[in-house]
Design a protein around this ligand. Structure first.
Ligand SMILES: Cc1ncc(COP(=O)(O)O)c(C=O)c1O
Length: 366
């Protein structure tokens, strides 16, 4: 069946074509990414910052086509790979980049090669890369070693590297900031950024991209203020916070288990220029934030997202967040990506009972 009508929600390159200054013949490879919900989260606000009366929203990036924010950058990186006549794309990944690269690679008809730390990728993400038909290379090493190998593919002219060291990835991910300003406009009257932007930090590409995006939106005259960028690494992988590489990064939030962030300096610039901060949260704080979003607001994200919510709770307790502020927490990926941790850490109200209505009611105190 063919259709002549255009979908209501185009991908980010179409929607922000003017801001991205794209030529009319630019070959867009899209899965209609972006346009993810910005969800008011009043109960989560009270949990994270009791008494501060925050106007809290969560930006649910799990609603992207492959279930994470990576799709915003991948549409641009893969479109550019097609424009440049590449036949292959390659990336290192803690899971989400590989899922996204494999999907957009399939869509574009390119061969996708992904290099993963063996045994360290959440099941949902691995299943995506398998299903999209990527070449999957598992190495006995961590993400940082996988990225070192991927950098060597730069010597092959037919291959495009689609990690966030590819500038098109960062440019595409700026669209998250454009959307937040527009969406806050529909809640608050005029397009505006939040006062504070909380975000998990792994390889540090996303905090870099959001900061660039807010600045770009201001340059274009759509907003007149900028948010404080508040990034949170996992304590066991807190290279930026501690000012040293972690050779053996550890955290249950596998997406941010990164010991040598590629965008380290750019993230520090985002922190300093915005007047924000980069801090760390431990796995207990991550799990608490992750579960609170699900149990209090019905938003099931993946564990790494607990870094932004847990980070907000920590910052509020430290007195770093002003009362009555507008705050956005980025929930970078979808909960179904990591079912093993959900089953392990969720508050399972699960019982096995006889097939008998009365017994079930008794169990439920009904
Ligand atoms: C779900 C999720 N959250 C956060 C991050 C960290 O983003 P960045 O590496 O851009 O700092 C990643 C990176 O893989 C991720 O997959």
């Amino acid at each position: 069946m063919t259709t002549t009508t255009r979908p209501a929600s185009l991908g980010i390159l179409e929607r922000f074509r003017t801001l991205y200054e794209l030529p009319v013949d630019y070959p867009i490879v899209s899965l209609n990414e972006g346009n993810t919900p910005l969800i008011p989260a009043p109960k989560l606000a009270e949990w994270a910052a009791p008494g501060l009366d925050l106007n809290l929203f969560v930006k649910f990036e799990g609603a992207n086509p492959t279930g994470s924010f990576k799709d915003r950058g991948m549409t641009f990186a893969v479109s550019q790979a097609v424009k440049d006549g590449k036949t292959h794309i390659v990336c290192a990944s803690t899971g989400n980049t590989s899922a996204s690269a494999a999907a957009y690679g399939a869509r574009a008809g390119l061969q996708t090669i992904i290099v993963l730390p063996k045994g360290k990728v959440a099941l949902g993400k691995l299943s995506q890369a398998i299903m999209y038909g990527a070449h999957i290379i598992e190495i006995e090493g961590n993400f940082d070693e996988a990225l070192d190998i991927v950098r060597e593919f730069a010597a092959l002219p037919q291959v495009a590297i689609v990690n966030s060291i590819n500038p098109y990835r960062i440019r595409g991910q700026q669209s998250g900031a454009f959307e937040i300003c527009q969406q806050l406009g529909s809640y608050l009257g005029v397009p505006q950024p939040p006062d504070y932007h909380f975000i998990p930090v792994g390889n540090a590409g996303n905090i870099t991209a959001y900061w660039a995006g807010y600045q770009r939106f201001m340059e274009a005259g759509h907003i007149s203020t900028l948010p404080k960028m508040c990034g949170y690494e996992a304590e066991g992988a807190a290279a930026i916070v501690q000012g040293k590489k972690f050779d053996h990064p550890e955290t249950l939030a596998t997406a941010i288990r990164i010991g040598n962030p590629a965008s380290w300096e750019a993230a520090e610039a985002a922190r300093d220029e915005s007047g924000g901060w980069i801090d760390s949260v431990n796995d207990d704080e991550i799990v608490a934030g992750w579960k609170a979003a699900a149990e209090l607001e019905g938003v099931f994200a993946e564990p790494a997202c607990g870094a932004s919510v847990g980070g907000l709770k920590k910052a509020a307790a430290q007195g770093k967040v002003e009362a009555n502020s507008t705050v956005v927490c980025i929930l970078t990926g979808q909960g179904l990506k990591d079912p093993d941790n959900a089953v392990a850490y969720g508050k399972a109200k699960k019982a096995t009972l006889p097939a008998d209505f009365k017994t079930i009611c008794t169990h439920l105190n009904l």
